[in-house]
Design a protein around this ligand. Structure first.
Ligand code: HEC
Length: 317
C-alpha cells in the first residue's frame, strides 16, 4: 500500500493542472475532465450552471455532434454526473443581467412573450417568429414544450437559463438549436440589428436529440463548378430531422422521392422553380424568416433563381 499512494497522487496531478477546479468525486468526473476539456476548459462546460437531465443530454449530444469523443458507454455516466452535481436551480433574481434586471421574478409562459408572432399552426406544431429589436429583451419565460429555433439573420445575445449566470452567444444565419421542454430563460439582443428566430413549438415530446444518419451531399449542375446544391444533415430527434440546404444561383436540386411532410424555413429570401413530373411548374417564393409547409408525396425538382438560397428543412420522420 505504501507504494500505491504516491503513484495515485502523481496521476492526479497530471490530470488536474494547478489552478483547475476540483470537481465533485463520482463516476463521470474523469470523462468531464478528459473529454470536455479539449476545446474549452472543463470548467467552461459547467459555468452556465444547472440544467435538467434532459438539457444536459442535449448539451452532451450537441458536443458529440461538434466532435467531443464521448463513447456510447461514457455518455450516460457523464449525463448522470452532470445532472447530479449541476442540477436545475430555480431562477434567482440576484443573478439577472443588465437590461433584464428589472423583470418580475415569476417567469411568464412562453405564450405571453410579446416579441414573438405566430406564423403557422397545425395539430403538431406552432411556429412563431421572434423579433427582438437591438437592446431589448424578452421577459423571463418558461418553455413547457420541446422547441426548435432557427436563427435567421445571426446576431449576438445574452441569455439567462434557469437562473444561472448570463451566457453571451453569437449566431450565424441558419444556426439551429433544439431544446427539450422544461426550461426558463430570457434573451437580450446585444447586437446592432434585429434578432430574428423562427421557433417551432411541438405539441408532443420529440424525443432526445440524435446525430443525423445521412452524409452531407454536394451536387453540381452538369459541367458546372459553381451551380451547386449543398445539403448538410444537422441532427434528428425521434420525430424529425433537420437539414441545412444551400443552393447557388441556377443550381438544380434533382428530384427526390421525399414521401414525408416538410417545413421549409427561409434563412435567405428564396425563389425556387418547382417541377413535379406530370404537373405544371410552380414558383415558390419566401422572404427571410418566413416558412413554407410542404406536404409529402411526389418527387420534386427545384431550380434556384438568380440569388443564393439558404434554407433549413425540417422533415417529419
Ligand atoms: C470539439 C470541441 C468541443 C468539445 C470536445 C466539447 N465542446 Fe462544449 N462547446 C464547444 C463549442 C465550440 C461551444 C460554443 C458554441 C455553442 O455554444 O454551441 C461549446 C459550448 C458548450 C457549452 C455552452 C453551450 C450552451 O448552450 O450554453 C456547454 C455547456 C458545453 N460546451 C459543454 C460541453 C461538455 C459537457 C462537453 C463534454 C461532453 C463538451 N462541451 C465538449 C466545443 C466543444
Amino acid at each position: 500500500m505504501r507504494f500505491v499512494l504516491p503513484v495515485a497522487v502523481v496521476v492526479l496531478w497530471s490530470v488536474a493542472p494547478a489552478g483547475a477546479q476540483q470537481f465533485p468525486a463520482g463516476p463521470g468526473k474523469d470523462i468531464l475532465e478528459m473529454k470536455c476539456g479539449v476545446c474549452h476548459s472543463p470548467e467552461q462546460a459547467v459555468a452556465g450552471g444547472g440544467r435538467t437531465a434532459a438539457e444536459w443530454r442535449d448539451v452532451v449530444r450537441e458536443m458529440i455532434d461538434s466532435g467531443a469523443e464521448v463513447t456510447g458507454d461514457e455518455e450516460g455516466t457523464l449525463i448522470d454526473y452532470l445532472a447530479k452535481n449541476w442540477p436545475l436551480k430555480q431562477p434567482d433574481a440576484a443573478l439577472s443581467v443588465t437590461g433584464i434586471a428589472t423583470q418580475q421574478q415569476a417567469p411568464i409562459s412562453a405564450d405571453e412573450v410579446t416579441l414573438r408572432h405566430k406564423i403557422y399552426g397545425d395539430g403538431h406544431v406552432t411556429i412563431f417568429l421572434l423579433d427582438i429589436p437591438p437592446g431589448q429583451a424578452t421577459l423571463l419565460h418558461r418553455h413547457d414544450r420541446d422547441m426548435l429555433s432557427v436563427f435567421v439573420n445571426g446576431g449576438r445575445t445574452r441569455a439567462v437559463f434557469n437562473g444561472a449566470a448570463p451566457v453571451d452567444d453569437t449566431f450565424t444565419p441558419g444556426d439551429v438549436r433544439f431544446r427539450s421542454a422544461g426550461f426558463t430563460h430570457s434573451t437580450e439582443n446585444t447586437g446592432t440589428d434585429r434578432f430574428l428566430s423562427v421557433i417551432f413549438e411541438f405539441v408532443d415530446s420529440q424525443g432526445p436529440r440524435a446525430s443525423a444518419s445521412r452524409p452531407a451531399t454536394h451536387i453540381c449542375n452538369p459541367g458546372s463548378q459553381t451551380a451547386c446544391v449543398d445539403e448538410k444533415p444537422l441532427f434528428c430527434t425521434s420525430k424529425f430531422c433537420v437539414d441545412d440546404l444551400m443552393m447557388a444561383p441556377h443550381a438544380v436540386r434533382p428530384a427526390d422521392g421525399a414521401a414525408n411532410d416538410r417545413i421549409l424555413v427561409a434563412v435567405s429570401d428564396y425563389t425556387l422553380l418547382e417541377e413535379i413530373p406530370g404537373t405544371s411548374a410552380a414558383v415558390h417564393t419566401r422572404k427571410s424568416g418566413e416558412i413554407e409547409p410542404m406536404a409529402g408525396g411526389p418527387a420534386r425538382r427545384w431550380t434556384n433563381a438568380d440569388d443564393p438560397a439558404h434554407l433549413i428543412v425540417v422533415t417529419v420522420r
